[in-house]
Design a protein around this ligand. Structure first.
Ligand SMILES: Cc1cc2nc3c(=O)[nH]c(=O)nc-3n(C[C@H](O)[C@H](O)[C@H](O)COP(=O)(O)OP(=O)(O)OC[C@H]3O[C@@H](n4cnc5c(N)ncnc54)[C@H](O)[C@@H]3O)c2cc1C
Length: 530
């Protein structure tokens, strides 16, 4: 059964290795175990909705869908501070149910929150208090593969389909979507599309925006049907109204996506680079020279240390480190590069050879398959560490952005400085680390992770987290990088949207909202301030 106040399945644990805990204590100081109140102790108010056959109003169903997976969400659930809970959760099974539910909600002046897998890390599925009853509209029962056009490599799915079931239905037919966000186990196709998601193999398969070909969005103003033309010059692309709409313009009920034949082989390998700057140059060259890789991830020095501790690769790192030191004295600056290729057997081998040659020209040292295998093993397990860390009294959260290659290093430096120093005035310490992933011809995404000690109470813990996050976002925007590369806006990033889009851009988005959702019933308080 899925955890109601943390990541993953209740019976799966991923304990923090002893060496990693020792490292954390040395960096941040000892911490006291933090509380986790039982679900039953959280008050769930009487629902403000009339009965409806598709709507469940029992406290448990409502509580487990009251929050997403952001740090603030998990802190609220663990401390038992959950003021706004949906009044009911609807489980439609077809588009006409959704049309009927939107009409019903409109008749009783309720707000409606579309809900996929509930893995939003930006407050995207949280109810806001505006005096109106809240109906969370979950697409969990809409997970079917409706059509597979094998000739055109197009698959039409119900939008509630979650990662594993989507892949299973495709794999049974010899295809894959190739979209593997770290939240793959629970996040849904609809959620991916409307949050502009990016999977770990985006270098080879593209972002969800590249895969999304069309579909159906049901809006309070009517159906928006987007046919999956391979290309069209008939005015502005309506797909872009759906991408990034975060449940504020309509409910995506089905999506047509580009799929690919299952690769004959895939392989992931590791290398060490002498420093983040050298690594960035190697990555840029690999991407701009179009070496056909499906995944690239370059960790900075701080993340490299943690990766080696977590994956127990110490010996391997030691050997390569000695080799690096021999070639270049700054042994401590080693940065882990992971990369992989997928496709026909011969093509994979060729791509990896080509990549290794580029890595060598940047004074990198190959580590072979072991780090790649270790990454494959833990790629979807790592989020479980958030539970273990919480129980030990440590908080962890992430922040991501993207910018041009020429701006990557200053952006990295500014965000790291802001994060590391954010709690300094209160004598608090932050361990920050980063990696580059999701590379493009012109730039790449930077993904930061930060650790800090939890405070005793909810308010104080939240204040620490907000201080770090605010300082880091200001550093991102100060560097003119984007507010978010793939997590989206939700409620957490709302106040920065004017800086991101400008007044004209925002008013364009607001006019789309006014056209598709004139009464503002869909997901208020997200994406766009009223
Ligand atoms: C541990 C962890 C790892 C993550 N890793 C990644 C990653 O690698 N890449 C990445 O891109 N993201 C990642 N995320 C963020 C999150 O998984 C994505 O934003 C994902 O796309 C959300 O999908 P979901 O189905 O869970 O959506 P939800 O959380 O249910 O909803 C997110 C938003 O989409 C709206 N929505 C959902 N479904 C629909 C629909 N059918 N129609 C209209 N609106 C809808 C909601 O109203 C909300 O605004 C991660 C999150 C966690 C917790």
């Amino acid at each position: 059964m899925r955890r109601w106040n943390g990541w993953g399945e209740e019976d799966v644990v991923y304990p923090l290795p002893k060496e990693a805990l020792g490292f954390l204590v040395a960096e941040l100081g000892e911490s006291a175990p933090a509380p986790s109140v039982p679900a039953e102790s959280i008050p769930v108010p009487f629902p403000r909705l009339p009965d409806h056959p598709l709507v469940a109003c029992d406290p448990k169903t409502r509580l487990v869908r009251a929050r997403g997976q952001s740090f603030a969400d998990l802190a609220a659930l663990r401390f038992g501070e959950v003021p706004n809970v949906p009044d009911g959760v609807a489980f439609p099974v077809c588009p006409s149910d959704i049309e009927e539910l939107l009409e019903w909600a409109s008749g009783i002046d309720a707000q409606v929150i579309p809900y996929g897998g509930g893995t939003s890390v930006t407050g995207g599925v949280n109810p806001v208090e505006n005096g109106k009853p809240v109906l969370t509209l979950s697409l969990e029962r809409m997970q079917a593969l409706l059509e597979l056009d094998q000739k055109s490599h197009l698959a039409r799915f119900e939008a509630g389909v979650q990662g594993p079931w989507l892949e299973a239905q495709l794999r049974a037919n010899g295809f894959t979507l190739g979209h593997f966000p770290q939240s793959f186990a629970y996040s849904s196709l609809g959620g991916w599309v409307v949050t502009h998601s990016s999977g770990q193999e985006s270098l080879g398969y593209g972002r969800i925006a590249d895969m999304f070909q069309g579909g159906r969005m049901i809006t309070p103003a009517g159906r928006l049907d987007i046919p999956p033309h391979p290309a069209s010059a008939a005015g502005a692309e309506l797909k872009h109204v759906v991408l990034g709409s975060e449940g504020c313009f309509g409910v995506l009920t089905e999506a047509v996506v580009r799929v690919r034949p299952l690769p004959e082989k895939q392989a992931f390998v590791g290398a060490l680079l002498p420093g983040f700057e050298a690594g960035l140059e190697a990555v840029r060259e690999l991407i701009q020279a179009r070496v056909p890789l499906c995944m690239l991830r370059l960790s900075d020095v701080f993340e490299t240390r943690v990766s080696f501790l977590l994956a127990n690769l110490g010996r391997l790192g030691g050997l390569a480190n000695r080799a690096l030191r021999f070639r270049m004295p700054k042994g401590e600056q080693r940065c882990l590069l992971l990369y992989g290729a997928a496709g026909r057997r011969g093509d994979v081998a060729k791509a990896l050879q080509e990549a290794a040659a580029v890595v060598r020209t940047h004074k990198g040292i190959g580590l072979g398959r072991i780090p790649g295998k270790s990454w494959q093993k833990s790629r979807f397990r790592l989020p479980y560490l958030r539970n273990a860390l919480w129980e030990l009294g440590y908080g962890v959260d992430t922040l991501e952005t993207a910018t041009a290659y020429s701006r990557l290093l200053p952006t990295y430096g500014a965000v790291m400085k802001a994060m590391q120093g954010a709690l300094a005035t209160d004598n608090g310490r932050v361990y920050a680390m980063a990696h580059l992933s999701h590379g493009y011809e012109t730039g790449a995404s930077l993904y930061f992770t930060f650790f800090f000690r939890l405070a005793k109470g909810f308010e104080e813990t939240l204040a620490c987290w907000q201080t770090i996050k605010r300082a880091s976002i200001q550093a991102v925007l100060g560097q003119k990088a984007t507010l978010t590369h793939h997590h989206g806006v939700g409620s957490d990033h709302l106040s920065y949207m004017t800086e991101e889009k400008g007044e004209a851009g925002l008013s364009l988005l607001r006019s789309l909202k006014a056209t598709l959702d004139p009464t503002g019933m869909l997901n208020p308080g997200k994406l766009l301030a009223p």
